[in-house]
Design a protein around this ligand. Sequence first.
Ligand SMILES: Nc1ncnc2c1ncn2[C@@H]1O[C@H](COP(=O)(O)OP(=O)(O)O)[C@@H](O)[C@H]1O
Ligand SMILES: [Mg+2]
Length: 152
Amino acid sequence: MSVPFHIEDETAMLAFGAQLAEVVRPGTTIFLRGDLGAGKTTLVRGFLRAKGFGGAVKSPTYTLVEPYMIGGQRIFHFDLYRLSEPEELEYMGIRDYFDGRSICFVEWPKRGAGVLPAADMEIDIQHSDSSRVLYLAGASLASPDAFGSTVI
Ligand SMILES: Nc1ncnc2c1ncn2[C@@H]1O[C@H](COP(=O)(O)OP(=O)(O)O)[C@@H](O)[C@H]1O
Ligand SMILES: [Mg+2]
């Protein structure tokens, strides 16, 4: 089951990421789907800022993964857009990232199909002009009420 949320603008997407930071537990893997410019990285930025990260959050398009250590919690932000084949993840030592304690965000998970572990939570972002509809699935532990954004 997935729950749709209306995300009016960039500020609302940052706020949604911040709300996610309240409910996501260590060891959670979150897949982020949606076209280029949908707002996947913006959501991760909102999450990291809410966790207390004060630096710049940039898309790891070329590095494939950006590591963060915030208050003892390891968080990895993957962007697999430029992954040429899923097996490349094995050369990266994928198991060291998905270690059951780290929180992992993965943009373009389909590029790693077959090698990436399963997601605990999946977010699909559809966009038209500036507003977005975000579909949240797998967040069974978090009631939609935990998110201040409008449920459609
Ligand atoms: N409702 C919205 N939610 C998220 N981003 C938005 C929204 N409206 C406009 N934007 C803009 O769209 C862009 C999204 O970029 P980004 O988060 O990097 O996308 P992605 O990682 O999905 O490619 C940003 O420039 C942001 O300012
Ligand atoms: Mg991105």
